[in-house]
Ligand binder design. Structure first.
Ligand code: TLP
Length: 339
């Protein structure tokens, strides 16, 4: 039985072209800044996203955390949308590494109201001072939802007026760009720092990049080192990353179509799906007992993540075949009958 894996877009395998590029990569010691393939990847990412500089790291968690360390002083607060990955799935790293705390603002479909962001900024000496505003695009726990450009610009203006830096967790920025039909650079513009992941829908085995102004790079480099993120001949990874960055975005529209078809199929099975939230490559489903349904699905060869007691998450990605969607729907119907 073919196993259909919807747990995440991180499960994608490197393509044959990536594996070839990895085998043939020209490498050097990146801790000396001498890996030509890493240097090429960083230069290309900076150019594509309209930034002065980029730094390659092993994970999205590390790029986000280095950004938080850059922007926050001990005891400062970051304002972030409810459900933000930096809070929900980076296990206390903000407190441990940056010494920061967080203020979450309501964010229906991942989009905070700019006025609520403005109101959340602390200026009183009796409260934790605000040091940073953060956004997430696409917003994972809101459904892989896209932050519209007008909302983004309004929140960036709030940050600017308050002289605050603004960070974007753009782990799936290219999904947002494809959904909105704009260049990723357009969505990256106006942020102080942006983190992007090559290892999700873009298909690389490992790797994320932090985009930033040149003036922040030396400090970011030091924090990456502090976290143990110096990777020596990392060009073998960057070689796959270069293919992910240039070829990966072309596959995302198909991922989004598959998510849509899956969501519509799940609705036909009378499952709780909010179609309005299905904007990219994720489908969240409300069910009474998510972990036990996930277990039954696993037994039928469909892998999904239970994100809490009553939510299942399906993520589509390039390693799924067209037939997998109707096939998965059949197996899901079967699992529901077993309940
Ligand atoms: N998210 C993972 C899990 O941690 C939930 C996933 O499968 O979706 N920002 C966002 C918005 C993310 O969704 C993720 C990964 C990260 C950052 C962290 O990236 P990695 O896993 O490379 O540290």
């Amino acid at each position: 039985m073919r196993v259909i894996d919807f747990r995440s877009d991180t499960v994608t395998q490197p393509t044959p072209a990536m594996r070839r590029a990895m085998a043939e990569a020209e490498v050097g010691d990146d801790v000396y800044g001498e890996d030509p393939t890493v240097n090429r990847l960083e230069a290309l990412a900076a150019e594509m996203l309209g930034f002065e500089s980029a730094l390659f790291m092993p994970s999205g968690t590390m790029t986000n955390q280095v950004a938080l360390m850059l922007h926050l002083r001990r005891g400062q607060e970051v304002i972030a949308p409810r459900g933000a990955h930096i809070y929900e799935y980076e296990p206390g790293s903000l407190a441990v590494l940056a010494g920061g705390t967080i203020r979450l603002v309501e964010a229906p479909y991942g989009v905070p109201d700019p006025e609520a962001v403005r109101a959340a900024i602390h200026t009183s000496v009796h409260q934790a001072p605000t040091g940073l505003i953060a956004l997430e695009n696409t917003h994972n726990t809101a459904g892989g939802t896209v932050v519209p450009l007008e909302a983004q610009r309004a929140i960036q203006q709030v940050a600017q007026a308050a002289h605050l830096p603004i960070h974007l967790d753009g782990a799936r920025l290219f999904n947002a760009a494809v959904a909105l039909g704009v260049e990723a650079a357009e969505l990256a513009r106006g942020f102080t720092t942006v983190s992007i992941c090559l290892s999700k829908g873009l298909g690389a085995p490992v790797g994320s990049l932090l985009l930033m102004p040149r003036a922040l790079r030396a400090e970011a480099w030091r924090y990456r080192k502090l976290l143990g993120g110096g990777m020596r001949q990392a060009g073998v990874l960057a070689a796959a990353g270069l293919i992910a960055l240039t070829e990966g975005p072309k596959h995302l529209a198909r991922d989004h179509q598959m998510a849509r078809a899956l969501a519509e199929g799940l609705l036909r099975l009378h499952l709780g799906v909010d179609l309005r939230a299905v904007q990219t490559n994720m489908v969240y489903v409300e069910v009474p007992q998510a972990p036990s349904l996930a277990e039954r699905l696993r037994a039928l060869g469909v892998l999904v993540n239970a994100m809490g007691p009553r939510r299942l998450r399906f993520v589509t990605h390039r390693d799924l075949e067209d037939q997998d969607i109707p096939q998965a729907l059949k197996r899901i119907e079967q699992a529901l009958q077993l309940a």
